[in-house]
Structures are given as structure tokens and as C-alpha cells.
Design a protein around this ligand. Structure first.
Ligand SMILES: Cc1ncc(COP(=O)(O)O)c(C=O)c1O
Length: 376
């Protein structure tokens, strides 16, 4: 059996709705700024519980746009080293300097004590990535730190569609939040796409202007330097249908994670990352921490030989990427927690349409990979 790491979820009725919508788009010829863009944005804002949702061409564009709103030019922005490099690259695109911080070993998210150490007079904001969809219980402390030091607080919620903690959804904790809707994410807008959520009207107006060449309220009049960061109508249509399906997608993914937790929580050489009580998580990925003497590369090889596709959770992290070593002089040992944990994390397949047979197959393959790589 071959089990992929992920697969978007489109039940037959959603495919039907999308095809019907596509027919409307094709016959009307309206490919941008139409009713599906508004429908997607309204539905997404309602789901998250934010006043505004602004769709963009990608999560990376959404990040740059938000950083531009907060005017990071010439200033420092604290971002985790354990994230996809776009979180910090977008700071560079907006003219700022990313300052990496270490993570907490239990939550995979930013560690507030490490963030505090890195705040300087040049710091203007902090970006928290909800890693794999976990909202860290440290979020209140990170938010308070930002408030006290007059820093903006942005959630990179690219993994966290439908995640919540203490009843509060990802996308409403920060001054703004950014979601990626890439094909591999918990939901997609048909391959690529992104969304910004915020309660700040000025940010929403700025984002709508910047994503369309800096056009203000008057058609054809540009009053700031913008870009083409639009989401098309076919993409918005898919995003709209996926957002309506999001609660179910999250529920299904949580049920699979629960099954994995029950089995892997009993195996002494594996450590699971438990969700705090009452939290929800769409499990963009399901991470497992390997304990010595298990070796990540051997486990991955054994799983892949059995047809189980695996991944990691950003190994190597940003500070060990050749480009950041070269650009910023980062080196091994700079972020000891990230280096220790991420070099031992393996992520397992998880997607809403996963069958019972596939889940059982993955569980069995993991157990076998432990025996094969460590016969004693
Ligand atoms: C944490 C994180 N931030 C930002 C991005 C960038 O999003 P996109 O690929 O939609 O530009 C991604 C993923 O791709 C991501 O995982």
C-alpha cells in the first residue's frame, strides 16, 4: 500500500458545487474580483471570528503585505527558526531584518523566554507560527510581552486553519494573522493562495489596496506602491467550498491524530505531542518525537520502503539553511532546542479522507520500522 503525506479533501457534493461555480465563472467571464472572492472572504472571516478576511495570491504575499502595513523597513522582526523560510523571508521583502528565536520543546512553537532575550530597541514585532496547528499555551504571555513593549503581534497561521485554544480560534489572537492555502495545507484554494485576517479596518483597507497595485477606492488611481497579489475567482470558489467544509476536515484529522496518540503514546521510544484539553487542531502534520536509540533517517527510510510517505517539521531549521548561514552568519549550536527536537521529529500521513486501512497500515509500518531499525 502507498500512503501519501497529505491529500486535499473534496467529497462529491463539493466537487459538484465547484463545477457549477466554474460553469458560472466561465460563462460570465468574470475571473477576478467577483462574487466568489467576496463569498470566500466573508465565509473565512465568519469561520475564524475576525472582522475582516482578505484573500491573497499566497501565504508569502500575505506575510509581506502585513509586514509592509506594520512598516518593518529598517527594523527587526522576531520569527521562529523552526518554520518555513517564507515567514522570515517576507520580512526581508518588506525591508526589515528577521531575528530568529528558539522554540519550546513540548509545543514546537516559539519560547517566550527566548523571544524576550532577543528584543532590542530595533525590534518592531513578533511573529508566532502555530506549528502544525498547535496554539501554544504560551500565547497569552507572548501577546502580553508584545503589548508591554509596543510590538506588533502577528500569527503565521499557515498550518492552523480551524485550530483553537481556550475557545479562541487561530486568526484572532494577533493584530493580524496570515494563512497559507497551498495544496498541502489543511484546506486549499486550489493549489496556491493565502488569507489575512484582522479586526483592524485600516489594515484591511491597506491589504485590499496593496494586493491590487496600490489602487485606492477610486478605480485606476494608485496611491501607494502595490503588487499583483490577487486571488482569482476559480481559486476563491474552491476556497469558499473548502471553508464551508473546514469544521468537518478538522474533526476528521483530529480523530486520526487521536488514534495515533493512543497507540504511539504507549511506545516508550516515541513521544507524542499532546494537545492541551479543549484545544482543536487541524494537524497540518502529525509529528512524532523519536527517542534514542531511534535514528530519524533510518525510520524515514524504513517507512518509505513500506510505501508510507513521511516528512519533517523543518529540519534543517531556518538558521541552518545555507542561505541564512551565508546572509546572517548563523551556525550550528545557535538554537539548541530546535536543533535537538527537529532532528528527531518525523511527521506521519494525515488527511481528512484517510481510510481506516490506511491509518492501520501507517501504525503497523511505524511499529515495524522501530523493530527493523533497532532489532534489540
Ligand atoms: C509556516 C508557513 N508560513 C508561510 C508559508 C508560505 O505560504 P505559501 O506557500 O502559501 O506562500 C508556509 C507554507 O508554504 C508555511 O508553512
Amino acid at each position: 500500500m502507498n500512503v501519501p503525506t497529505t491529500k486535499p479533501y473534496f467529497p462529491p457534493e463539493d466537487i459538484e458545487e465547484i463545477l457549477k461555480g466554474m460553469e458560472e465563472i466561465l460563462s460570465s467571464g468574470r475571473f477576478i474580483k467577483g462574487r466568489f472572492l467576496s463569498a470566500f472572504e466573508e465565509e473565512f472571516a465568519r469561520f475564524v471570528g475576525a472582522r475582516y478576511a482578505i484573500a491573497t495570491s499566497s501565504g508569502t504575499a500575505a506575510l509581506e503585505l502585513v509586514y509592509r502595513y506594520f512598516d518593518v523597513k529598517g527594523k527587526e522582526v522576531i520569527t521562529p527558526t523552526n518554520t518555513f523560510i517564507a515567514t522570515s523571508n517576507a520580512v526581508l521583502f518588506a525591508g526589515g531584518r528577521p531575528v530568529l528565536a528558539d522554540m519550546d520543546a513540548d509545543t514546537l512553537c516559539l519560547d517566550v523566554a527566548d523571544v524576550e532575550k532577543r528584543v532590542t530597541p530595533q525590534t518592531c514585532g513578533v511573529v508566532l507560527v502555530h506549528m502544525v496547528g498547535f496554539i501554544t499555551p504560551q500565547i497569552e504571555k507572548i501577546r502580553s510581552l508584545c503589548k508591554e513593549r509596543n510590538l506588533f503581534f502577528v500569527e503565521d497561521a499557515s498550518h492552523a486553519h480551524g485550530a483553537s485554544y481556550n475557545g479562541i480560534k487561530a486568526g484572532t489572537w494577533g493584530d493580524a494573522a496570515v494563512f497559507s492555502c497551498l495544496a498541502t495545507k489543511v484546506m486549499t484554494t486550489g493549489g496556491v493562495g493565502g488569507v489575512i485576517t484582522t479586526n483592524t479596518e485600516n489594515l484591511a483597507l491597506f491589504a485590499r489596496s496593496l494586493r491590487f497595485h496600490g489602487e485606492d477606492k477610486t478605480r485606476g488611481i494608485q496611491d501607494r506602491i502595490g503588487n499583483n497579489w490577487m486571488l482569482s475567482e476559480p481559486q476563491a470558489l474552491i476556497g469558499y467550498v473548502q471553508t464551508k467544509r473546514l469544521s468537518e476536515i478538522v474533526e476528521k484529522r483530529m480523530a486520526i491524530a487521536k488514534r495515533y496518540d493512543e497507540v504511539f503514546g504507549e511506545i516508550s521510544r516515541l513521544k507524542i505531542f499532546s494537545l492541551p484539553g479543549g484545544a482543536t487542531c487541524g494537524y497540518y502534520k502529525y509529528p512524532l518525537l523519536l527517542q534514542a536509540p531511534l535514528v530519524r533517517s533510518n525510520i524515514i527510510k524504513a517507512l518509505e520502503e513500506n510505501g508510507v510517505a513521511t516528512g519533517g517539521s523543518y529540519w534543517p531549521p531556518c538558521h541552518l539553511q545555507p542561505v541564512y548561514k551565508k546572509e546572517f552568519g548563523y551556525k550550528e549550536g545557535d538554537f539548541p532546542i530546535a536543533e535537538d527536537i527537529l532532528s528527531r521529529v518525523v511527521t506521519l500521513p494525515i488527511y481528512a479522507g484517510m481510510t481506516d486501512e490506511e491509518i492501520a497500515y501507517v501504525i503497523d509500518a511505524v511499529k515495524r520500522s522501530i523493530v527493523i531499525t533497532n532489532p534489540r
